[in-house]
Design a protein around this ligand. Sequence first.
Ligand SMILES: Cc1ncc(COP(=O)(O)O)c(C=O)c1O
Length: 442
Amino acid sequence: MDAAAFGEQHIAKGIGRLTKHVFDEAKGSFITTDKGVKLLDLTAGIGVVNLGHCHPKVSAAAAAQCSKITHAQVNVGFSSAQIRLLRELLPILPHPSLDTVFLWNSGAEAVEAAVKLARAATKKPNIIVMQGSYHGRTNATAAMTRSKTIYGEGHGPTMGGVFTTAFPYYSHFGAAPSTSANDLVNQALLQLKFTLQQQTAPSDTAAIILEPVLGEGGYVAAPPAFLHGLRKTCDEHDILLIADEVQSGMGRTGHMWFVEESGVRPDILVFAKGIANGFPLSGIASRRELMDRQKPGSMGGTYAGNAVACAAATATIQAFRDEKVLENVAERSHQLFSFLNELKASGSKAGSWIEDVRGRGLMVGVQFADPNLELESGNGAAGPVLLAPKIVKECVERNMLLLSTSIFDVLRFIPPLTITEAEMGMACGIFRDALEAVVRDL
Ligand SMILES: Cc1ncc(COP(=O)(O)O)c(C=O)c1O
């Protein structure tokens, strides 16, 4: 039986899969299957291999760590691999108040750790999440996810004490894409006021958590005024602000962390994905004063902050610095945005389907609309044709991996941050061909 057929038979059906390819090796921006098909990877393993697949320095650091100590259990003692990592990590965190760290394995676990910390530190039970949020698929994080019902559907009851407020995204308000950021922010902050008056009282609310760039919900960056409004509300009511930068962090948006754009200080930062460039590592950073309110023994876990993953993360942070990765993000971001905006404005049939081009750095979303139908909301959600999944399929046929996102008609570009100019040019060409093929007969 061939490998894909074996996988179909013995791997959980609950895992949705973009392709039936069996990935065998990968280098930089490309991933190769067991049948020798080489694909340009515009997913970066869903925002994980920010330095490209198998970055030589990261792989070498992990390999070296494997011969030193692989498992230095955190409830038994400190680990020098963790300490080395924290010496590199603390200086790049977005605010000096974030001086204490708890390391975990996955993004969802880190979000759960943030919730535990917020509840323990404030002695309040409830959490406010954003419409469109994605925080993971564990029991608690599925309860906190509002991007699609699939993540919780049929698996309830999930964790209680979760309430929802609006995120400033035009599709959520049935508004036109041209709606000003100011109007959207005012609407969203008004809804937050109502959430605190109608759903969960400030005295019961431990934290507001948001992805500063909504990921699974549509690739929408929070305007600075929204983040400042959240900070103000949190300060007024003694509520903690949690920034889930699992997807938007580690250079993805052109900043090391997206909250740096607004200068807003989160009380808790959640990180994962790009931190170790492919090794399972996540964590939260907060102030010592808050973390000290948790009793010793209440946190930890067998693989928390695994030594090999920590060594990989240390090498990842060093490579970011030494290889001027953020400069490449700025240049490739400009290249991608210019291409997409020019295509949108070109007057071509393909371009006329592009409703919105948005994002920051190399976290870029494209939303489609049917220009002929004049949908009331202006977005693809209510439309009869969803282009994004069809474009994804056409891209795969042209040996490029690209993902859609959200309930709306949105594609997301998340290439490795080390993608070259030529590779980005190739990606743009494949995307244009795929879009043209999809709209040809519409
Ligand atoms: C913003 C955000 N939070 C949390 C998670 C969950 O991370 P993990 O899949 O590592 O559990 C993700 C994963 O995509 C994410 O994008």
